[in-house]
Design a protein around this ligand. Structure first.
Ligand code: HEM
Length: 532
């Protein structure tokens, strides 16, 4: 079974049992004294020839690597995924065919904004990234605990993250998302409003990683054995239900136990209370692409479940804690472009940017091009490549390394046309090169209003309180006012309550506020404006 293959693979990388022999150097030379450096006499200078001292200190000096530029703080676990039934009707992905096949997984949960040492229970989005070690290579579903995102195009990601991170001059504040730069950006970039509603809701302070949903966010594409595509949105649902802290609890936990969420995950797994999540999909036939009020390529929108129900297709159980936080949870490298035959991309411009960004950032974070050889990142499917050399190369390649090649040796043959290999979905695309967002992305408020309208009274109170708390910390009055103006486009009552709480004037009710504009009907004709 594949589950054993990942465990067997990890076994090969475990360090020798320290109980079985003495301390050694990196070269395996036994050491009989590690508490005093080699000196001339008892009080004299330290000697350069003390190789044990130099190796020990040098290694220590190089222990840190850069933390992730976002999602720096996290907790991970191993487990397995099992489909409920074959999904062959929609996708040829091998791990979604046979309910008797368990696919090993590694999951990393994270906060987004804070550094590695920040507190768990801050108001923030949570990452929910899953690496499936499938028989056809690694598939990464790199999602969040909210179904939408702040921006529509990845080119804005550096701006958004710079605004979200602490002020550049003094690195204050950390933790909460309350400072002028974020709200300045948000109020000038109204596509953020839907996600800001989620961020100000209790979803942003989950009680536990075991009690949190996950979403792939983007529209992806399933591809079946005949090459037919179906749009797909991914949903993880926790078996324990969705639970949140309330703000007072979250603040107290952050002070008393900054590791609250990662401790909860670790202890539950140690106690045999394995977190479990159901994977569901929303499936949209390609011919229905333009039958929605929103553009499927816009990551700031959901497809309402009343329109496309979520179909459960399998479940995941997390049943093993990592052996080593740094080697596994810190060095794991997720990437939206790690896909397997049967799962493909769409032209969502946020997804396309991510498909560039993750590998690029990992080249620096993990010190060169060979991090796929690290145990946590290694596929259980054999990797046979012509890639060679580079920092941290640890594979003993033999033979030649180029293609085409008639000399054989280490050079692998290409896969035949037997359907085993990944082949990119042959989508027809045509158009002019332009920098212009489609009109179909431009309704920024309807779904923010939908979210607000779906809340109960107490949920609304929490949202208002959150806006008051966070905006109440913003010093620039014009930023507070402009944010309230944005909120008035979502719901005038919400804007009124927030404005009262933070002492700013309300915009006049009426013109263009609180009644979201319907987006222009989506059709191929209406999309012709993109220059195609
Ligand atoms: C890291 C999710 C948008 C760049 C992560 C992680 C998650 C995630 C879960 C942490 C992975 C881990 O645990 O190691 C998302 C989601 C997005 C999104 C759901 C939107 C739907 C973006 C965009 C960019 C980006 C638009 C850049 C254009 C990064 C980078 C990292 C990261 C650079 C650090 C990766 C590393 O160092 O290994 N993201 N992200 N993300 N994300 Fe995103």
């Amino acid at each position: 079974m594949t589950e054993d293959r990942k465990e067997r693979q990890r076994e090969m990388y475990r360090a020798p049992d320290p109980a079985e022999g003495p301390l050694t150097t990196d070269q395996g030379v036994a050491v009989d004294h590690t508490d005093d450096s080699l000196t001339v006499g008892e009080r004299g200078p330290t000697l350069m020839e003390d190789f044990h001292f130099r190796e020990k200190i040098t290694h220590f000096d190089h222990e840190r690597i850069p933390e992730r530029v976002v999602h720096a703080r996290g907790a991970g676990a191993y487990g397995y995924f099992e489909p409920y039934e074959s999904c062959a009707e929609f996708t040829r992905a091998a791990f979604l065919q046979d309910p008797s096949v368990r696919t090993p997984v590694f999951v990393r949960f994270s906060t987004v904004q804070g550094p590695r040492g920040s507190a768990d229970t801050v108001r923030d989005v949570r990452g929910f990234a899953t690496k499936f070690y499938t028989s056809e290579g690694n598939y990464d579903l790199v999602g969040n605990n909210m179904p939408v995102f702040f921006i529509q195009d990845g080119i804005k990601f550096p701006d958004f993250v710079h605004a979200l991170k602490p002020e550049p001059q003094n690195e204050i504040p950390t933790g909460a998302s309350a400072h002028d730069t974020l709200w300045d950006f948000v109020s000038l970039q109204p596509e953020t409003m839907h996600m800001m509603m989620w961020l100000m809701s209790d979803r942003a302070i989950p009680r536990s990683y075991r009690m949190m949903q996950g979403f792939g966010v983007h529209t992806f594409r399933f591809v079946d054995a005949q090459g037919r595509g179906t749009f797909v949105k991914f949903h993880w649902k926790p078996k324990l239900g969705v639970h949140s802290l309330v703000w007072d609890e979250a603040q107290e936990c952050a002070g008393r136990d900054p590791d609250f969420n990662r401790r909860d995950l670790w202890e539950a797994i140690e106690a045999g209370q394995y977190p479990e999540y159901e994977l569901g999909v929303q499936l949209i036939p390609e011919e229905d692409e333009f039958n929605f009020d929103v553009d499927l390529l816009d990551a700031t929108k959901i497809i309402p479940e009343e329109q496309v129900p979520v179909r459960p297709i399998g479940h995941m159980v997390l049943d093993r804690n990592p052996d080593n936080f740094f080697a596994e949870t810190e060095q794991v490298a997720f990437h939206t472009a790690n896909v397997v035959p049967g799962i493909d991309f769409t032209n969502d411009p946020l997804l396309q940017a991510r498909n560039f960004s993750y590998l690029d950032t990992q080249l620096i974070r993990l010190g060169g091009p060979n991090f796929a050889q690290l145990p946590v990142n290694q596929p259980v499917a054999p990797a046979r490549t012509n890639q060679r050399d580079g920092y941290h190369q640890s594979t003993l390649h033999t033979g030649t390394n180029y293609s085409p090649n008639s000399l054989g040796g280490g050079c692998p043959a290409l896969a035949g046309a037997d359907g085993y290999a990944f082949s990119h979905y042959a989508e027809r695309v045509e158009g002019h090169k332009i920098r212009k967002r489609s009109e179909s992305f431009k309704d920024f408020y309807s779904q923010a209003a939908l979210f607000w309208n779906s809340m109960s009274d107490w949920e609304r109170r929490h949202i208002v309180d959150a806006f008051r708390f966070e905006l109440g910390k913003v010093e620039a009055v014009h930023v507070r006012e402009r944010t309230v103006e944005q909120l008035a486009q979502v719901d005038y009552d919400l804007a009124t309550q927030v404005a009262q709480g933070i002492g700013v004037a309300l915009p006049e009710p009426g013109a263009n506020n609180h009644k979201p504009q319907a987006s222009p009907a989506l059709s191929l004709e209406n999309l012709q404006g993109d220059g195609s």
